[in-house]
Design a protein around this ligand. Structure first.
Ligand code: AQP
Length: 333
């Protein structure tokens, strides 16, 4: 079946191995599958739901685009652009905001986590973030959305919005109900310092994550310092429960070497961590250093990146503006 893929990444700096394994690596695989139509968006409107430094944001939009390209996305095969260049996203977000229900948004765990204790001071944008995400997806009639495990709930909300809109306006199947594409294994890469917390751009400790821009020696040092425990590596998959940091490192190795967790356990079970960490560093360096080198090269060529984003936005706008026209007609404008 011809899949229409949409996904996005926020340009909030420090793109890391979790973003790569949980999202970007799959974007590339989907792009390279025959007949797929892929739209990959740098979601800058989402980024400003929390405070951003305008100069840094501009830089991060380009760096995220560079990370897409350096990881293997090809602007000739996929539509690559930044969200704010296509006004249809914000326009449809308002209309779908009138379909979404408060009760649905109140259940979103990411808002609760990101707003923290002081919900009253969180931006309205952060609260309605999932509506904008639904608009991003639904505008392109996306059939599949590759995301990390953390975005599953938002995707379910997009499905609810599509179904309610179709039913409220009696237009069955008009908004396509998207399917999440969540990897069965290694969908959530955890912090190198705490295996119960996801690897995240905003973690104050740089040692908690491998950034896609890290140099070889930084990667080696971070893996060396990654939290483990005193027991040898487990010899059986069932024995890693309650050893989240160990599970995470084995998961990273398995994902990057495209093998099952059990294969990795067969390779390293019973051995000590120093051997395993050495092999893991070699593998992460092998996969991430070429990406990091490419990103660093592209940093000197803003004109190239901006041209790709502008070209992608023109293609995206063509699809999106047609859908907006239809949506407006349906609601009675
Ligand atoms: N740790 C992770 N493991 C697997 N997938 C992950 N993703 C993010 N972190 C992990 C996936 O990457 C895609 C882009 O995410 P994003 O940058 O748009 O938003 P995010 O999830 O808010 O990223 P961070 O790193 O967690 O940022 P902060 O620290 O600002 O909250 C998504 O598909 C996401 O699932």
């Amino acid at each position: 079946m011809n899949k229409k893929i949409f996904s996005g990444v926020q340009p909030t700096g420090n793109l890391h191995l979790g973003n790569y394994i949980g999202a970007i690596k799959n974007f590339v695989e989907l792009q390279n599958e025959k007949d797929n139509e892929c739209v990959y968006c740098v979601v800058d409107l989402h980024a400003i739901t929390v405070k951003q430094d305008p100069n840094l944001l501009k830089n991060n939009i380009r760096e995220t685009t560079a990370a897409f390209l350096a990881s293997g996305l090809d602007h000739k095969k996929s539509i690559i652009f930044n969200q704010s260049l296509v006004p249809s996203h914000s326009e449809v977000s308002w209309i779908l905001g009138c379909t979404a229900r408060m009760g649905w948004l109140n259940r979103m765990t990411q808002f609760k986590e990101k707003a923290g204790k002081d919900k009253e001071k969180a931006s309205i944008g952060l609260y309605i973030y999932p509506i904008l995400m639904a608009s991003d997806i639904l505008l392109y009639d996306s059939t599949h959305v590759p995301v990390g495990e953390d975005q599953k709930q938002h995707l379910e909300l997009s499905r609810d919005i599509a179904q309610k809109f179709n039913s409220d306006f009696n237009c069955p199947n008009f908004l396509k109900v998207p399917e999440p594409l969540i990897q069965k294994r290694f969908a959530r890469i955890m912090s190198l310092k705490d295996g119960t917390k996801k690897m995240s751009k905003s973690d104050p400790s740089d040692l908690s994550r491998i950034n896609l821009t890290d140099k070889k020696d930084e990667i080696i040092n971070k893996i060396k310092k990654a939290k483990t425990d005193n027991s040898p590596l487990p010899a059986d998959e069932k024995k890693i429960n309650e050893r989240p940091e160990v599970e995470n490192l084995l998961g990273i190795y398995s994902s990057l070497s495209s093998q099952t967790l059990q294969d990795t356990i067969n390779e390293f079970g019973g051995k000590n961590f120093s051997d395993f960490k050495k092999k893991l560093s070699d593998l992460v360096v092998e996969k991430i250093s070429p990406i990091s080198d490419e990103i660093n090269k592209m940093k000197n060529d803003n004109t190239y990146i901006d041209k790709i984003l502008k070209g992608g936005a023109e293609k995206a706008e063509k699809i999106a503006s047609k859908k907006v026209k239809e949506i407006k007609k349906i609601v009675g404008f």
